[in-house]
Design a protein around this ligand. Structure first.
Ligand SMILES: NC(=O)c1ccc[n+]([C@@H]2O[C@H](COP(=O)([O-])OP(=O)(O)OC[C@H]3O[C@@H](n4cnc5c(N)ncnc54)[C@H](O)[C@@H]3O)[C@@H](O)[C@H]2O)c1
Length: 262
């Protein structure tokens, strides 16, 4: 097991991609602290890990609230002694109504930026000194292909995730000399719970859109596609890798996909 005796915090780990990451890190031997706004699903994932002889607990945390994050970090350090791995997964763009930028509202911008970007600042700020003092630690941020290529109707989310990628690169440069690594995994469309509020007519539109076709595989990814890479980046197997952003999206980030021959 690659993460034996490690302590990992996974934000938003109660469902979707975060659940996949929590289960994978636990399988690899880590104690997993699932920090999420919604406690019941996080507790259910912790229970699933414990049933399989793993170690886990759930803590109600809002990553867009610095006091809440500081409490979570203090409680984790008190109960588990340290934090070796931080996975910043909480976030998302899913909303009932996607709008063009021309119709966008400041309140939505604030909500998306606070959850996806400022939340990463809060959690990293709360753990970084502990990692620097120990001279080791790994942070894996969950970005998005939206932050690499920009998605229409998701200007706010694209800006926030682009910020997460640049944040990853800059912080990695600062902390590499002390042995702390920071990387980013940027998923393309992943089948998760995030789409639960999207109305059926928009789902039908999505399936027909280039977003439904653009991965090259003809289907979306699933949380394990992200979790496998996160586990590698959290482990010593990736000890020479930092400041990198990995797109996990088939060929979605590469532009034209038409096959003109044949
Ligand atoms: N699903 C996709 O297609 C996709 C694609 C690219 C990137 N992503 C990114 O992957 C991550 C996970 O996405 P998902 O699809 O699993 O989402 P999801 O909505 O299924 O799950 C998100 C989880 O985060 C928690 N959460 C939300 N706001 C929070 C907050 N302020 N504090 C703490 N917890 C909070 C929710 O309770 C939930 O458990 C997000 O950062 C998202 O932007 C997802």
């Amino acid at each position: 097991m690659r993460l034996e005796n490690k302590v990992a915090v996974v934000t938003g780990g109660g469902r979707g991609i975060g659940k996949g990451i929590s289960l994978k890190l636990a399988q690899e031997g880590a104690s997993v602290i699932i920090a999420s706004t919604t406690l019941a699903p996080a507790q259910a994932v912790a229970e699933e890990i414990i049933q399989s002889e793993g170690k886990a607990c759930a803590i109600q945390t809002d990553v867009s609230d610095f006091d809440s994050v500081k409490n979570m970090v203090a409680k984790t350090e008190a109960d588990f002694g340290t934090i070796d791995i931080l996975v910043n997964n909480a976030g998302g763009s899913a909303r009932e109504k996607m709008t063009l930028f021309a119709d966008s509202e400041e309140s939505t911008w604030d909500f998306i930026l606070n959850t996806n970007l400022k939340g990463v600042f809060y959690t990293c700020r709360a753990v970084i000194n502990g990692m620097l003092d120990k001279g080791q630690g790994t942070i894996v941020n969950i970005g998005s292909v939206a932050g690499m290529i920009g998605l229409a109707s998701q200007v706010d989310y694209s800006a926030a995730k682009g910020g997460v990628i640049a944040f990853t690169q800059a912080l990695a440069k600062e902390v590499a000399p002390e042995g702390v690594r920071v990387n980013c995994v940027s998923p393309g469309p992943i089948t998760s719970d995030a789409g639960r509020n999207i109305p059926p007519e928009m789902k039908a539109k999505l399936a027909k859109s280039s977003l439904g076709q653009c991965t090259g595989f003809g289907h979306f990814g699933d949380p394990s596609d992200i979790a496998n890479l996160v586990a590698f980046l959290a482990s010593e197997e990736s000890k020479y890798i930092t400041g990198q952003n990995y797109a996990v999206c088939g060929v979605m980030n590469l532009g034209l996909t038409d096959r003109l021959g044949g």
